[in-house]
Ligand binder design. Structure first.
Ligand SMILES: CC(=O)N[C@H]1[C@@H](OP(=O)(O)OP(=O)(O)OC[C@H]2O[C@@H](n3ccc(=O)[nH]c3=O)[C@H](O)[C@@H]2O)O[C@H](CO)[C@@H](O)[C@@H]1O
Ligand SMILES: C=C(OP(=O)(O)O)C(=O)O
Length: 420
C-alpha cells in the first residue's frame, strides 16, 4: 500500500488547477448507459473511482474509447450484461448509480448492495422505493438488488424523506426514459446534480427545475449521443484553499468556479482568508496570518458540504480559538479526529459534534487514512506540523484527488509518495 511522507514546510504559495469533479463524473458516466449512441465525456479526472467505473462498464460489455484531453467515448448500446458485481461495488459505493440507467434502458439490473462504509451506514432504500414507485419489480436477495420492469418505467411523483444526492441522480436518470412525467420532490440541489441534468439535456432529455428542490422530468423514447465536459471539482478546490489557509499561505486555484462554493468561501473569509475570484479562478491569501477557528454545521447544498468537514477540522486544529463542528449528514464521519489528536490536536468529540481548540503547532506522526476526506485532512495537518508525517492507506485519497502530491509540490509542499 502506497504511503505519503509529508514534512511541514511553511506557507503554501502558487497556482494549481482543479480537476473535473469526481461526484459529477461518476453519475455522468452512468448516464451514458441511457443513450443508444456514443457519448463523449470531457474533463474527466484521473482517479481510482473513474477507473473502477470504466471497469464496471467494461464488465457490461462496453469498450470505452479514450480521446484527447481526458475525454472518453462510451457507447451504451454495447451493453450485453446489466450486472454490477460485489467486487467492484464494494470498492466504490457510487456504482449504485448504474441501477436507474440500466433498468430504464434495458428493463433489468442486478446491482450488488453497496453496504455501509467508514463514514456511516449509507442505505439505498430511497433509490429502491423511488424505482418501485415508477413500476419496477425489485427484490433484494443474496446481497443484490434485482430490478425488473416490463416495458418502460412509468412517470411518478416521488418525495424523498431525506435529501439524497445519488438517490436524486438515480431517479433523475431513470425518469428520462420513463413513460410520462416524473416529479422529484425534496430533491438534492447539489451542483453535481445540476451538471448531470445538463448532460442529460444535451443527450435529449426533457428536464426542468434542476438546482431547486423540485425536478420535473418528461420521459422521452430515446436519448442520443453528445459531447459534455464535467464541471470543476468544488471539494478539491476547497481542499487546496483550506491548505493555503492552514499554512498561512497564498494559493490561486484555476479551472474552477466560485459561484458554487459560497458556504465554504464565506467560512474561509471568517477564518481570516482574503478571497478574490474571477472567471475560472479563486485565490485565498492569508498574508502570513494564523487562521481563526470557525463554527461549521454540515447540511445539504447550498449549506456547508459534509465533504469539506474533515478539512475544516484540520484547519481549526491549528487556528486561534475554539471552533465547533457539527456533522448532520453521516453518523460516523469523524474518524480523522483520533488521528489528528495523535498529531497533537485538541479535539473533543461528543456525538455528532467536534469541539476543536486550536494549538500553535501540530507534530508529525505516523497516521492512518480511513476515508477519502479524512485523508485530505491528515495531509493538510501534516503540512503545518513540525517534522515528518507518514500517511498510510492513501488508496482512499487516490479515489478523489488527482495527482495530489504533484499538485501540492507545485505549491511548495514537501510531500512524496512511497510505494508500500
Ligand atoms: C458519489 C457522490 O456523489 N457522493 C456524495 C453523495 O453521497 P450519497 O449520495 O451516497 O449521499 P446521500 O446524499 O445519499 O446521503 C445523505 C443522507 O441520506 C441518507 N440516505 C441516503 C439514501 C437513501 O436511500 N437512504 C438514506 O437514508 C444517508 O445515509 C445520509 O445520511 O452525497 C454525499 C452528501 O453530500 C457526499 O458526502 C458524497 O460525496
Ligand atoms: C464520501 C465521498 O464519496 P463517496 O460517496 O463516493 O464515498 C466523498 O467524495 O467525500
Amino acid at each position: 500500500m502506497d504511503k505519503l511522507i509529508i514534512t511541514g514546510n511553511g506557507p503554501l504559495d502558487g497556482e494549481v488547477w482543479a480537476s473535473g469533479a469526481k461526484n459529477s463524473a461518476l453519475p455522468i458516466l452512468a448516464a451514458t448507459l441511457l443513450a443508444d449512441e456514443p457519448v463523449t465525456i470531457g474533463n474527466l479526472p484521473h482517479l481510482q473511482d473513474i477507473t473502477t467505473t470504466l471497469e464496471l462498464l467494461g464488465r457490461m460489455g462496453i469498450e470505452p474509447v479514450m480521446g484527447e484531453k481526458m475525454s472518453i467515448q462510451i457507447d451504451g448500446s454495447q451493453v450485453r450484461d446489466s450486472h454490477a458485481p460485489y467486487e467492484l461495488v464494494k470498492k466504490m459505493r457510487a456504482s449504485i448509480l448504474v441501477l436507474g440507467p440500466l433498468l430504464a434502458h434495458f428493463g433489468t439490473a442486478d446491482v450488488s448492495l453497496p453496504g455501509g462504509c467508514a463514514i456511516g451506514s449509507r442505505p439505498v432504500d430511497l433509490h429502491i422505493r423511488g424505482l418501485e414507485a415508477m413500476g419496477a419489480d425489485i427484490r433484494v436477495e443474496g446481497g443484490y438488488i434485482r430490478a425488473r420492469v416490463d416495458g418502460r418505467l412509468k412517470g411518478a411523483t416521488i418525495f424523498f424523506d431525506t435529501v439524497t444526492v445519488t438517490g436524486t441522480e438515480n431517479l433523475l436518470m431513470a425518469a428520462t426514459l420513463a413513460d410520462g412525467t416524473t416529479t422529484l420532490e425534496n430533491a438534492a440541489r447539489e451542483p453535481e446534480v445540476v451538471d448531470l441534468a445538463e448532460c442529460l439535456i444535451a443527450m435529449g432529455a426533457k428536464i426542468s427545475g434542476h438546482g431547486s428542490d423540485t425536478i420535473v422530468i418528461e420521459g422521452v423514447e430515446r436519448l442520443h449521443g453528445c459531447h459534455y465536459d464535467v464541471m470543476p471539482d468544488r471539494i478539491e478546490t476547497g481542499t487546496f484553499l483550506v491548505a493555503a489557509a492552514a499554512t498561512g499561505g497564498r494559493v490561486r486555484v484555476r479551472n474552477t468556479r466560485a459561484d458554487i462554493m459560497e458556504a465554504v468561501l464565506s467560512k474561509l473569509e471568517e477564518a481570516g482568508g482574503k478571497i478574490t475570484s474571477g472567471e475560472g479562478w479563486i485565490e485565498l491569501d492569508m498574508q502570513g496570518r494564523r487562521p481563526r477557528a470557525v463554527n461549521i454545521r454540515t447540511a445539504p447544498y447550498p449549506a456547508f458540504p459534509t465533504d469539506m468537514q474533515a478539512q475544516f477540522v484540520a484547519l481549526n486544529a491549528v487556528a486561534e480559538g475554539t471552533g465547533t463542528v457539527v456533522e448532520t449528514i453521516f453518523e460516523n464521519r469523524f474518524m480523522h479526529v483520533q488521528e489528528l489528536n495523535r498529531m497533537g490536536a485538541h479535539i473533543a468529540l461528543e456525538g455528532n459534534t467536534a469541539v476543536v481548540t486550536g494549538v500553535e503547532r501540530l507534530s508529525g506522526a505516523p497516521v492512518m487514512a480511513t476515508d477519502l476526506r479524512a485523508s485530505a485532512s491528515l495531509v493538510v495537518a501534516a503540512m503545518v506540523a513540525q517534522g515528518e508525517t507518514l500517511v498510510d492507506r492513501i488508496y482512499h485519497i487516490d479515489r478523489g484527488y488527482e495527482c495530489i502530491e504533484e499538485k501540492l509540490q507545485l505549491l511548495g509542499a514537501r510531500i512524496r509518495r512511497v510505494p508500500g
